[in-house]
Design a protein around this ligand. Structure first.
Ligand code: ADP
Ligand code: MG
Ligand code: MG
Ligand code: MG
Length: 691
């Protein structure tokens, strides 16, 4: 969750006075980084994942699975071992660096990252799953015997009238969120989080309000008026909102940041050769974000009800939506400066690459940025596309300001820049170097976390290989950003992987490339499968950066109609190919792999990951969300009324743990060979077993 400064956070009435100060110095700080590091070249591929867990505690007598609020105690123990090395080896034969654990919004959440980023070595790529298991195993060591770190996207019973946390707290005193459902104690007590919660509510002028359509089952009452909403409770001044329309009929109503920021996800960060390669990678991943969201969909249950959506995304978008009525277009602009169509947590608003393939037509949203900031950046020599990207991020106010760090040294600090940057939660994040020891990076943020580390590794490996295919083959995935937004909404619908179509580009190869077999961009910048002497180019032994970008076509820039460049495809077509001209994303990754020098056993492991992604794409395996929904609907205690009660939730959590351990076979979700991770993973040999 970005930076976690220590200090005294200002309440909104105070913080807002410093908004311009933070923006002004944030830009100065960005410019200072830009001046020092814009020409930074030649960074190798380094990359890393982030996995979020919810710590679930099992009460086997009551048959209840609850969220354990022991984050602080657990983190203190985990962090004591940070930075050391373990006796366990990765697949490169090197000792594993002890993982890093981070606090997260929910007081039941943990986030882990590898102790050191992965390199481009194939053995490192194949260490990802072991690394993830190592982290899970390590976290388990410090949990109580009846607690487990589950990689589960949205906790089904969060915010239900029953007992869903341990210890139990009443929601009547939710001073930061004013929630009717979530107690204050659900939030990480570090001052940043309650302040963020309260300041979003105060800036907005009301509680956040999220309404997800409920899944209408055979016996769901119609109209559905949620009996678990305390419609007439009136502790806080805005509490009348539920009955006054904030809560919609036939929907699951949620009224607090915790419902969204309390979800878990899987993110990846990749370092690029230089700033331009980072910008190209960013743009290429923008249209991929909704596709992988649909494929990793894993969250069909909210506040004890089956939803008609499979993903967390809109819930989080709503849960941190600090826009005022004016900004949301409900009232004429008077006090605020901008009409803002999107939440701070939303899909990417603009493409940023200055490569010729980024046609101006693709940025088809009405211009929205802080003009004075864009002018300042332009006057400093920054090109229009990057200036407008930053200018869009900076239409937002800083939400949490610490009194101790208002005045900063803009040459060395970047907290003001990061304050705005890290509270713009778009599907892709362009991460400038924070200091000279790190390169320009891109973060992929849309994926939902999967139940097992095998699956999480599979999606991570797929995405990293896809980024290499993008650069090596100079692939072009551009489509109008408004179509990417449409795809984001489609991706979240129930069973989107099977039932929806998505806009996707028809021809992804460089202009003028006749062959439909992708070929590596050679150092001369001309795509060529063979060198001048007719030899195949030497195969790479590792994943790398610094591929030449495609030069503009000699016949001039393309000017075909944008509408002819894309069409609607099924997820299966996007992933596995359509017709003779489009090999699909997996086909492109396969083609890229043939350019690598990998031995047969490594290749087999990579193919095992790609096979999971392929089978999720074709429907041979269900998505996690569909599997969860089917589990609920076939549970003996389910009354076909959309309600996921305590017993079903308990059995679901037990099943998820058994699946992860390989004890419960789910041939409609995972390969039959998936087995007990502890026994299967040699890399864990050096670790003590969990309690
Ligand atoms: P945030 O929460 O701000 O996105 P985290 O620190 O939680 O950031 O995660 C960043 C990820 O980036 C981690 O997986 C880490 O291993 C990885 N990483 C660290 N250094 C680099 C680097 N130079 N290039 C790419 N990835 C890196
Ligand atoms: Mg996180
Ligand atoms: Mg993180
Ligand atoms: Mg992140």
């Amino acid at each position: 969750m970005g930076l976690l400064s220590l200090g005294t956070p200002l309440p909104w009435e105070e913080a807002k006075k410093y908004a311009d100060h933070v923006r002004e110095h944030g830009i100065t700080q960005f410019l200072s980084i830009w001046d020092k590091l814009k020409d930074r070249q030649g960074d190798e591929l380094l990359w890393g994942d982030e996995i979020e867990y919810m710590v679930v505690v099992f009460d086997n007598e009551e048959k209840n699975a609850k969220l354990s609020l022991r984050q602080s105690e657990i983190l203190a123990k985990l962090r004591a071992e940070e930075g050391g090395v373990s006796a366990a080896l990765n697949r490169c034969g090197e000792p594993m660096v002890m993982p890093t654990f981070h606090p997260e919004y929910g007081r039941y959440m943990l986030e882990s990252t590898p102790g050191a980023p992965y390199s481009g070595a194939i053995c490192d790529l194949l260490s990802v799953e072991d690394n993830m298991r190592f982290r899970r195993h390590f976290a388990r060591k410090y949990l109580k015997p009846n607690e487990l770190p589950l990689t589960f996207t949205s906790f089904p019973r969060l915010g239900t009238p029953g007992v869903f946390t341990e210890p139990h707290f009443d929601p009547s005193n939710a001073v930061s969120s004013h929630s009717l459902f979530l107690p204050q104690e659900i939030t990480n007590p570090h001052a940043r989080f309650p302040t963020l919660t309260a300041n979003i509510r105060e800036r907005r002028g009301s509680k956040v309000s999220i309404n997800l359509p409920i899944f209408i089952d055979e016996k769901t009452p119609r109209p559905f008026v949620d009996p678990t909403i305390p419609w007439h409770r009136n502790v806080y001044k805005e509490d009348h909102e539920a009955k006054d329309g904030a809560a919609k009929i036939d929907h699951i109503y949620m009224d607090a940041m915790g419902f969204g920021m309390g979800c878990c996800c899987l993110q990846l960060t990749l370092q690029s050769c230089n700033v331009n390669e980072a910008r190209r990678t960013y743009d290429a991943l923008v249209p991929i974000a909704p596709i992988l969201l649909a494929l990793t969909a894993a969250s069909p249950i909210y506040r004890g009800y089956l939803a008609d959506v499979d993903c967390r995304w809109n819930v989080i978008a709503g849960s941190v939506d600090d826009r005022t009525d004016e900004e949301r277009g409900l009232k004429p602009l008077k006090k605020n400066r901008f009409r803002i169509p999107k939440s701070r947590y939303d899909s990417v608003e603009r493409y940023i690459s200055n490569h010729w393939t980024n046609r101006p037509e693709y940025n088809d949203h009405p211009p929205l940025y802080d003009e004075a900031i864009v002018k300042r950046l332009r006057d400093h020599g920054i090109d229009e596309l990057l200036a407008k990207h930053i200018g869009y991020l900076f239409i937002r106010d800083p939400l949490v300001i610490f009194s101790e760090t208002i005045d900063q040294n803009d040459e060395v600090d970047n907290d003001h820049f990061e304050n705005i940057q890290s509270t713009n939660w778009q599907t892709i994040r362009f991460k400038p170097p924070g200091n000279a020891s790190i390169g320009w990076r891109v973060e992929f943020r849309s994926m939902e976390v999967q139940l097992t580390d095998f699956e999480n590794a599979a999606f991570a490996v797929f995405l990293v290989l896809l980024t290499r295919a993008i650069l090596a083959f100079n692939l072009n995935f551009y489509l109008p950003i408004s179509k990417v937004d449409d795809n984001m909404q489609r991706a979240q619908k129930r069973d989107a992987a099977r039932a929806q179509k998505f806009f996707f580009r028809k021809d992804v190869f460089p202009v003028g490339q006749e062959s439909r077999t992708p070929s590596i961009a050679s150092s001369s910048g001309v795509s060529s499968p063979v060198d001048g002497a007719g030899n195949l180019p030497r195969k790479d032994r590792r994943l790398r950066n610094c591929y030449p970008a495609a030069p503009p076509p000699p016949q001039g820039l393309p000017h075909d109609r944008i509408e002819d460049e894309y069409e609607e495809m099924t997820l299966e077509e996007i992933m596995t190919g359509k017709g003779p001209d489009f090999p699909g994303l997996i086909g492109l990754v396969d083609a890229f792999i043939t350019t690598l020098d990998v031995d047969a056993s490594d290749l087999e492991r990579i193919q095992r990951y790609l096979d999971l992604v392929r089978k999720r794409s074709t429907g041979a395996y269900k998505t996690t969300a569909t599997w969860i929904r089917d589990f609920v609907r076939s549970h003996p205690a389910y009354k076909h009324d959309s309600v996921v009660n305590q017993e079903i939730n308990y059995d679901l959590m037990v099943a998820v743990d058994e699946i992860e351990r390989g004890l419960r076979k789910v041939p409609d979700l995972l390969p039959k060979e998936y087995s007990c991770p502890e026994a299967a993973s040699g890399a864990l040999a050096g670790l003590k077993s969990p309690q």
